[in-house]
Design a protein around this ligand. Structure first.
Ligand code: SF4
Length: 203
């Protein structure tokens, strides 16, 4: 059976050397990429959610941040649109394109996205963090330290001051523990890991 592998952009920046590609090819993996612009598609979905929202829209791209806020603060002034993280959009496109041709491995930068991915139950698709995948396949982790994430904070920059950015758990805590009243922002960008996914628990 063919084995397809999608390396998420964070792992790709941190580990994507020519040696890695050779190693993966020797192990029978075919590296696949998305053809659709999922960043643009997700932005469009948020524009619509923000246009029709009654209060402030929560960024749903980081499942860890969303579940932490719901559990710890349960603010009644946030709306949670039904928009999947960008990585899930990529996985769905690849699943649709490669369905019936082999097994698809999707790598994630963190356990939260891995859990979300596996919970969807796409047939012949399995989600692993990059660290788990590397361990499973006996691939050494030759990590390049990144100063900034390939998907840095600023996803809602077009909203200027109407977009808040909470790009760490500390900032989330500070914001929600000191703001018991509704926020004036239209949207809150939410990332659990400091400055983004290059600091996730799976890379
Ligand atoms: S910020 Fe961290 S927890 Fe959130 S999606 Fe990125 S890697 Fe996962």
């Amino acid at each position: 059976m063919r084995k397809f592998l999608w390396i998420n952009p964070v792992a790709s920046e941190m580990y994507g050397t020519p040696e890695l590609k050779e190693e993966l090819a020797k192990k029978g993996f075919e590296i696949v990429t998305c053809r659709q612009d999922h960043i643009a598609a997700v932005k469009k979905k948020y524009r619509l959610a923000i246009e029709t929202a009654h209060t402030c829209v929560a960024d749903m791209r980081c499942p860890m941040a969303v579940s932490y806020i719901k559990k710890t603060y349960a603010p009644d002034f946030l709306e949670y649109p039904d928009i999947e993280p960008i990585l899930m959009h990529c996985a769905r496109e690849l699943h649709e394109r490669l369905s019936g041709k082999g097994f698809l491995y999707i790598t994630t930068p963190c356990t939260a996205l891995r859990e979300l991915g596996n919970s969807i139950g796409l047939p012949k698709v399995r989600f692993y963090t990059w660290a788990e995948f590397a361990q499973l396949e006996g691939i050494p982790l030759r990590r390049k330290i990144l100063d900034i994430s390939p998907i840095p904070p600023g996803f809602f920059a077009e909203y200027g001051k109407q977009a808040g950015v909470l790009d760490s758990r500390e900032k989330i805590d500070l914001h929600f523990s000191s703001l018991p009243k509704p926020t004036e922002k239209k949207v809150l960008e939410l990332l659990y890991c400091p400055r983004g996914c290059h600091n996730g628990d799976g890379v």
